[in-house]
Design a protein around this ligand. Structure first.
Ligand code: FAD
Length: 449
């Protein structure tokens, strides 16, 4: 008789949990994974994937307008039907949910569609009351949207609900200045909603280079997005006609149809039995782990957003893989958090890797910065007065490229490839030595003067 029911019990079938379960199973471990909502987790069900599909859908607004200049006879007022896009996106989410479920089953992991909590170093309890023992427990429960406290906040929604809206809001207020706020602002603005972004400070996209942030703000303003800075919510009243009356500090009340909170994400660590099991959390409720993803309790590990290291899908996946390789594969691995590329799928998108100019100046002292501020060929013919901006930040002593920051069409697609060069520690000279691929936007990266 085995000492425990399983070798590994994973709580949460999201990006990190699915990878850890699949790979551990493939190494021969007896694995069970509990999921309280839908297999696939935030990214697949209500994050990256449906978001990106909405971004694609939204961008047609500009492409259809520009098409005329390229000779296409497109009706002046192309109608957009939210329900069609929403239902097609949700159907694709169902497809992916099926694929993820199948992937786990094929690998031999047992899926338990129930909430699970930790009730001991080797024990979990399911919502049904069943107790299960396991040699190792991996907490991969992700994070949830933070909603600011104020009267009437129950009238707002979060990104979770945004994918299911009954109809397209005529007026939407989006709270927050991070990537989720700016992405939804772009999406709804392209669909024709009047978008108001409310932020406590006057800084959007903290952590990104100031030049690309400023450029997005300027372009977003030109596109008609209304930003209210240094504003906080006082209250929201629901009117008889169903509209929401929003009271902000220092502003006249505003009437909108939907308020969407994109004000950060909080680790899903409460009510999980972690404190009772003696697992340490940090001040923000994130599970504290070492480089091997181990908590202070030897048999309990954690990966992904619940550890609040870098809240991105590829990071959760890497952490899940490293966990499985280390514990069941006999190949100890740690995740390298240096030079992680990231993007904001705004209109136009932002993408970045490495240090911002400010960070490099603080850390390195001597820095050389190269920029290209240009109008993409396609935008020139389309008469679209929207400029792209690329910035390369180099170590002034060695010429090593320490950061690339871009805003412009397809920036994330271009940056993923450029990130390889930054990660590899290449110099500006290596970029200069590379022949341009002409005509492209990416060639700007090897032509910087
Ligand atoms: P999750 O994927 O959140 O999975 C956790 C799972 O655990 C969930 O399915 C949850 O239901 C389940 N769970 C929680 N508690 C329990 C319990 N007690 N019992 C059983 N199950 C439980 N990242 C990117 O890299 N690129 C993007 O473009 C991007 N866009 C995003 C857009 C939005 C709107 C959002 C919200 C997020 C986005 N992210 C993006 C972030 C990305 O989704 C997360 O970083 C990633 O999903 C984290 O993976 P995870 O495994 O830690 O958690």
């Amino acid at each position: 008789m085995a000492e425990y029911d399983y070798d590994l019990f994973v709580i949460g079938a999201g990006s990190g949990g699915v990878r850890a379960s699949r790979v551990s199973s493939a190494y021969g471990a007896r694995v069970a994974v509990a999921e309280e909502y839908r297999v696939g987790g935030t990214c697949v069900i209500r994050g990256c994937v449906p978001k990106k599909l909405l971004v694609y859908g939204a961008h047609f607004a500009e492409d259809l307008k520009d098409a005329k200049r390229f000779g296409w006879q497109v009706p002046i007022d192309c109608a957009f039907d939210w329900a069609t896009l929403r239902d097609n996106v949700l159907a694709d989410v169902d497809r992916l949910n099926g694929l993820y479920t199948q992937g786990l089953e094929n690998a031999g992991a047992e899926i338990i569609l129930e909430r699970a909590t930790v009730t001991g170093p080797h024990e979990v309890t399911l919502a049904s009351g069943k107790k299960i023992t396991s040699k190792y427990i991996l907490v991969a429960t992700g994070a949830h949207p933070h909603i600011p406290e104020f009267p009437g906040n129950e009238h707002g929604i979060t990104s979770n609900e945004a994918f299911h809206l009954e109809s397209l809001p005529r007026r939407i207020m989006i709270a927050g200045g991070g990537y989720i706020a700016n992405e939804f602002a772009g999406i709804f603005n392209e669909f024709g909603s009047h978008v108001i972004v409310v932020n406590r400070t006057d800084v959007i996209l903290r952590g990104y280079d100031h030049s690309v942030r400023d450029r997005l703000l300027q372009i977003s303003l030109t596109k008609g997005i209304d930003f209210r800075f240094h504003a906080e919510f006082e209250k929201i009243e629901k009117l008889e006609n169903g509209c929401l009356k929003v009271f902000l500090t220092g502003q006249e009340p505003v009437e909108v149809d939907v308020v969407l909170f994109a004000t950060g994400r909080v680790p899903n660590s409460t009510g999980l039995g972690l404190e009772e099991a003696g697992v340490e959390l940090d001040a923000k409720g994130a599970i504290k782990v070492d480089a091997q993803n181990r908590t202070n309790v030897d048999s309990i590990y954690a990966v992904g957003d619940v550890t609040n290291r870098i809240q991105l899908t590829p990071i959760a996946i890497r952490e899940g893989q490293a966990f499985a390789d280390t514990i069941f594969g006999g190949k100890p691995k740690t995740v390298d958090y240096g030079n992680v590329p990231s993007a904001v799928f705004s209109h136009p998108p932002i993408a970045a890797v490495g240090m911002t100019e400010g960070e490099a100046r603080n850390k390195l002292g001597s820095v050389k910065v190269y920029t290209s501020d240009f109008r993409a060929m396609k935008n020139v013919l389309a008469n679209r007065n929207e400029r792209a901006l690329y910035k390369m930040v180099c170590d002034g002593m060695t010429g090593r490229v320490v950061g690339i920051h871009m805003i412009g069409p397809d920036a994330p697609e271009i940056l993923q490839a450029a990130a390889v060069a930054v990660k590899a520690g290449l110099t500006k000279e290596a970029f200069d030595d590379t022949v341009a691929l002409h005509p492209s936007m990416a060639e700007e990266l090897v032509l910087l003067k």
